[in-house]
Design a protein around this ligand. Structure first.
Ligand code: KDG
Ligand code: MG
Length: 402
């Protein structure tokens, strides 16, 4: 089953996506998402210029060997660009194997461990009342878990507060916008937001919140402690995770469950957090973490330490990545929850897919492989548009994590 061609597609049906298609000699092809928000073309070039020539002629069934060949063989290891490129190849090869064996991927990686996977949606508002109304809309759609974000009084823009009701798209065409940040104002406000949410929705609804790497460990510990009465499903990215030891401070002070990992790329980025049981959910992304093969190893390590999965599923990961995540979620034993930010209609049309949402749960469907296709002709009508994520500065102008 030799690989005869591999092509990279960059398109912008509402936002940019990079997609790898690997073709085999018998006409079976597989897709992999290679999107890295704001740095898309770097991965496209890594694939086209450096990986595609290495794939031609290889046996598409040797998924693990090709993974190791691309990881060890590059000499330069890890990093989001390398791991997104490897992740795209790995996903596409699983897609090919599933199609060749006429089986959905989840059946190849252990079979279903549950009937369907619980997902959470993103609710946001410019005021606490607007956020409450947005959460209500998700509840009405059947969601059992909702992430709640709100603009902070006195700050002109806040992470997670989108323009539409169901879509949140932070990347902006053109150069990166600058947004102001104050940890003091944020910390003073967030507990009251969750007081209001619990008053409105009672205790059964799963509520999540994303700090987006903005607090120091001790500030994050304070936030976690103040939110304990509202028993969040998780508090996400409370502090930047380059220093894994930081999470010891948070852990010492609060029982609020902690989720982290959307900017991680390999098992080494999370091994200490997992082994020391400093987190509760590992949120690594299929595409940025070397694909389904590597994510399964991470899940296996996490399983030993009571850490569950919560794969990143923002709109800047294409339907190809979401489908791969759903196959992974359905099969691993220690699945926790899946993020589900709906894509725009244009994106859904470019990537027709078999996955479904019903009453708060998703299923990848039973089509062979991933169950996602790429409408190449339609994709070509949405050319790449340069776009960046915003940057953050404190009120005095100091650069801060976004
Ligand atoms: O590209 C950045 C987004 O993926 C990120 O801001 C979304 O934090 C995010 C989330 O939890 O979905
Ligand atoms: Mg996040």
């Amino acid at each position: 089953m030799k690989i005869v061609d591999a092509t990279v597609f960059v398109c912008c049906p509402g936002r940019n996506f990079v997609t790898l298609r690997i073709m085999t000699e018998d006409g079976v092809y597989g897709l992999g998402d290679a999107t890295l928000n704001g740095r898309e073309l770097a991965v496209a070039s890594y694939l086209t210029d450096h990986i595609v020539p290495l794939l031609i002629g290889r046996d598409a069934r040797r998924i693990e060997d090709i993974w190791q060949f691309l990881y060890k063989g590059a000499y330069w290891r890890r990093g989001p660009v390398t791991m997104a490129a490897i992740g795209a190849v790995d996903t596409a090869l699983w897609d090919i194997l599933g199609k060749a064996l006429n089986t959905p991927i989840y059946q190849l990686i252990g079979g279903a461990s549950r009937e369907a996977v619980m997902v959470y949606g993103h609710a946001n508002g410019s005021t606490a009342d607007e956020t409450i109304a947005a959460v209500k809309r998700y509840v009405d759609l059947g969601y059992l878990a909702v992430r709640a974000q709100c603009a902070v009084p006195g700050l002109a823009a806040t992470y997670g507060v989108g323009r539409g009701e169901l879509y949140y798209e932070p990347a902006e065409p053109g150069l990166p916008p600058e947004t102001p940040w104050s940890s003091e104002r944020y910390l003073a406000f967030v507990p009251s937001l969750f007081d209001g949410l619990r008053r409105e929705f009672g205790s059964a609804l799963h509520l999540l919140h994303d700090v987006h790497h903005r607090l120091t460990p001790i500030e994050a510990a304070r936030l976690g402690k103040s939110l304990e009465p509202h028993h969040l499903f998780w508090l996400e990215d409370p502090t930047p995770a380059e220093v894994q030891e930081s999470f010891r401070t948070i852990r010492r002070h609060t029982t609020t469950p902690i989720a982290v990992g959307e900017v991680f790329n390999t098992i080494y980025d999370c091994s200490r957090l997992v082994e020391e049981e400093l987190i509760d959910y590992i949120r690594m992304t299929v595409v940025h973490s070397g694909g389904i093969s590597h994510l399964r190893k991470i899940a296996a390590l996490a399983e030993l330490h009571h850490v569950r999965t919560g794969a990143h599923g923002a709109t800047d990961l294409s339907p190809v990545c979401l489908a791969a995540a759903l196959h992974f979620d359905l099969s691993v034993h220690n699945f926790g929850i899946q993020e589900y930010m709906r894509h725009t209609d244009e994106t859904d049309r470019v990537f027709p897919h078999a996955y479904t949402f019903e009453r708060g749960f998703m299923h990848p469907g039973n089509k062979p492989g991933l169950g996602v296709d790429l409408d190449e002709r339609l994709a070509a009508t949405f050319p790449y548009q340069r776009a960046y994520l915003p940057i953050n500065r404190k009120l005095d102008g100091t650069m801060h994590s976004w």
